[in-house]
Design a protein around this ligand. Structure first.
Ligand SMILES: NC(=O)c1ccc[n+]([C@@H]2O[C@H](COP(=O)([O-])OP(=O)(O)OC[C@H]3O[C@@H](n4cnc5c(N)ncnc54)[C@H](O)[C@@H]3O)[C@@H](O)[C@H]2O)c1
Length: 428
């Protein structure tokens, strides 16, 4: 393993000396090969292709490998990469473990479905790779704990793929709230409109020849294939994810965790609807969380307050001196019922990001954790898992011990903190 360590040392020195490779324009100019991070992309569906395009545009990155269990996705992404970089030497793989075996790869990105995130990241940490991994961080609570353990053990870098974290909008909201403009925040309301679809009642089929279905399932329980269970719509099955709630939680919870840092969770209770087809993730889910420092509510509808109605995914902060509403998609904020672009009186106190992917690349070089690092991402993701457990238990109110990371006096609920993985993919 001496070669990657030497490479990283070299990259680190290069990054410090070359005062911002990120100042180079993102298209065309590449850093010298020895200054480039060698990156592999694993999972090449919708988001994996986005990863490839983002990283292909960074001057100090070279994409050296691509991996997918569906050869159609693999070949399609290679063709797209060749359009961006006709001279690419990237190799293709059907099994990510061959990528982890390569000593010349510094970092991977992972955009597989959620049930693979923890296994791939943890094995990558053990193989000396840094990871840019998609949200949600993990499939369940124990997997998040295992990821953190492996990250620390192998001294690796991790960035959660919540790219909105890097935008000026979230930075501004954090600055305004932390300036005390609305006083001490005691209540946060997060919401995402829309429902998980039921997907009808499809018949089992033979998987297409391009797809290694067993490898797609990986740690998840065996299930017969039908297309709705696989690409994209897997997120509406509890074996792989948690529906629209789990899909969107991190995107907007991020600004709440960053601005207010809810901590010392005491209880959670969730209500929700079932879908009317084969999909079994909640059609909708609303949850109430009690933290030591704040009450937090997640709903499927915006709260009934001025400025919230037209925002599909938003956050409402209620402080003892005022209120603030922001959302995922726009720059507009509503303060005490008045919608505006900004409050100029509040200074820019939070350092701006060079871009979410560049922030990861810089972190790999400097060996300082990036903004959406694993410890932060895990804290922010954990309540989402607990709300799904409350829903699965019919809306039971669950008391939580934040210190022990266990439910108090509820063996059945604790059973949902982890699931059995198929043997080859257990995580220890
Ligand atoms: N950050 C964002 O804004 C954002 C947006 C969309 C999706 N995502 C996340 O990205 C992930 C992927 O979502 P998607 O919509 O692209 O799903 P998708 O179904 O389109 O793509 C997943 C890909 O992973 C491949 N795959 C499955 N198991 C694999 C394995 N073991 N090794 C290699 N490849 C494997 C699949 O064949 C497929 O090509 C999800 O976790 C999702 O939550 C994030």
């Amino acid at each position: 393993m001496s070669r990657p360590i030497h490479r990283r040392e070299f990259l680190k020195q290069g990054a410090m000396g070359a005062l911002g490779l990120s100042l180079l324009p993102s298209i065309g100019l590449k850093a010298a090969p020895s200054d480039r991070l060698r990156v592999a992309h694993i999972g090449l569906g919708g988001m994996g292709n986005q990863h490839m395009q983002w990283f292909a545009a960074l001057p100090d990155v070279e994409i050296v490998a691509l991996c997918d269990v569906d050869s159609d996705h693999l070949n399609g992404t290679l063709q797209s990469l060749k359009k961006l970089h006709p001279d690419t030497q990237a190799k293709t793989y059907a099994d990510f473990r061959h990528i982890l075996d390569r000593q010349d790869i510094d970092a991977i990105t992972c955009a597989t479905p959620d049930h693979w995130h923890a296994q791939i990241a943890s094995l990558a940490f053990g193989a000396g790779k840094d990871v840019y991994g998609e949200k949600p961080l993990s499939y369940d609570v124990r997997e998040g704990q295992m990821m953190l353990k492996h990250l620390n053990k192998h001294n690796r870098i991790f960035q959660l793929g919540t790219q909105i974290h890097a935008t000026d909008n979230y930075h501004r909201v954090v600055e305004i709230i932390q300036s005390g403009a609305i006083g001490k925040v005691h209540t946060i309301r997060l919401w995402k409109t829309g429902f998980s679809p039921g997907l009808g009642f499809p018949e089992a089929q033979t998987p297409p020849p391009s797809l290694n279905w067993d490898m797609w399932l990986g740690p998840a329980p065996y299930a017969d294939y039908f297309p709705e269970r696989c690409h994209k719509s897997y997120r509406y099955f509890l074996d792989y994810s948690g529906g629209i709630f789990a899909d969107f939680w991190c995107h907007i919870a991020d600004v709440a965790w960053w601005a207010v840092h809810p901590s010392g969770l005491k209880s959670v209770v969730a209500r929700g609807g079932k879908t009317d087809g084969v999909a079994d993730a909640p059609k909708w889910l609303d949850a109430d969380f009690e933290f030591e420092n704040v009450k937090l509510f997640w709903t499927t509808e915006p709260p009934d307050v001025p400025g919230a109605a037209d925002r599909g995914i938003g956050a409402y902060f209620e402080g003892d001196k005022g209120t603030l509403i922001c959302d995922y998609r726009t720059r507009s904020i509503t303060i005490n019922g008045e919608t505006m672009e900004d409050i100029s009186a509040v200074g820019k106190t939070v350092p701006r990001s060079p871009g979410h992917q560049q922030n990861f690349v810089d972190a790999v070089k400097s060996r300082k954790q990036p903004e959406s690092n694993l410890a932060y991402a895990r804290e922010m993701t954990l309540p989402m898992h607990l709300a799904l457990i409350s829903w699965r238990l019919g809306g039971r109110k669950l008391e939580w011990s934040a210190g022990k990371e266990k439910f108090r006096g509820d063996k059945e609920a604790n059973g949902f903190l982890s699931r059995e993985r198929r043997k080859e993919w257990d995580l220890v």
